[in-house]
Design a protein around this ligand. Structure first.
Ligand code: ADP
Length: 267
């Protein structure tokens, strides 16, 4: 099995999806060449999306620590017009954010027409870290699944296509990646001892991810479970999914002003 598009018809079991899977691919070098082609497709359609200013794309990335959200953004979106793209990373909420409803801070950063918006963590944290760490009562996080579905439906009805990627790594792979960060002084800036608390709660997080995926899958906003132990495979399938979606959105250059053929540029 390779990348899994969750369609809502069946419930997924994360344990049954192999994080080390690479689908039909076994050759890293070939995958890297194919990634370049997928990036070209993304760049070509982004130009039309930006010019058209009618639709937008929201790409949501969720993963456990070291799951590869940053690396995915770096590799998949290389070469696109920065003017047409915004990345938002969501950390611990501020006092002001906490004084509002849970979706308030995310809604402010959804992509405007013509734009690609990338959420590095997202409103799903409200049913992930918040649930696992018990930051609000169960009754509160439990109703958020419906609120998220309503929120995403609102965005979709207003011209935003939504793609949600869960980067699925194994617990062993996370250990290796954390160890690599510890061993390399150039990676120490990424290492937070506090992240180890989350590792201890691995099973709780997996359960929370699985529920978020199963309870928040709608036709407007599909989830994709991406086997992500192999970074080259992860990058390729995320890029391909985004390229396919952008082509399906099929933005068009706006009509030109009439009479351009008669225009003479003054000296
Ligand atoms: P990342 O781990 O994504 O590279 P950071 O190191 O800045 O980025 O970590 C962001 C932190 O913010 C994570 O520990 C995450 O659990 C926390 N966080 C994100 N959203 C929320 C939220 N709504 N409530 C509490 N904590 C949150």
């Amino acid at each position: 099995m390779s990348i899994v598009r969750v369609d809502g018809a069946t419930q997924i079991d994360l344990k049954a999806i192999d994080p080390g899977d690479t689908g039909l691919f076994s050759d890293k070098a070939i995958a890297k060449e194919l990634l370049k082609l997928e990036r070209k497709r993304i760049v070509a359609v982004q130009q039309r999306l930006f010019a058209e200013r009618a639709q937008s794309l929201l790409v949501i990335l969720q993963a456990t620590d070291t799951g590869g959200k940053d690396g995915t953004i770096r590799n998949v979106f290389q070469g696109i017009n920065p003017q047409g793209c915004r990345v938002w990373s969501f950390g611990v909420p501020t006092e002001e954010e906490l004084a509002h409803d849970a979706l308030w801070r995310y809604h402010q950063h959804t992509p405007a027409r013509g734009m690609i918006g990338i959420f590095n963590r997202s409103h799903y944290e409200e049913v992930l870290v918040v649930r696992v760490k018990g930051l609000v009562e169960e009754a509160v996080w439990n109703r958020r699944y419906d609120e998220i579905n309503d929120f995403e439906r609102l965005l979709a009805r207003n011209g935003t296509r939504i793609l949600k990627f869960y980067l699925h790594i194994s617990k062993d792979e996370q250990k290796e990646r954390l160890q690599a960060r510890l061993d390399d002084p150039a990676k120490h800036w990424k290492f937070r001892v506090g992240d180890l608390d989350d590792r201890v709660r691995w099973d709780d997080y997996q359960a929370a991810f699985q529920d978020a995926i199963n309870r928040c899958t709608t036709p407007e906003a599909p989830w994709f479970v991406v086997p992500a132990n192999r970074k080259w495979y992860r990058n390729l399938v995320v890029a391909k999914t985004i390229a396919d979606t952008l082509e399906d959105m099929n933005p068009e250059f706006p009509p030109e002003e009439p009479g351009l053929d008669k225009v003479v540029i003054p000296d």
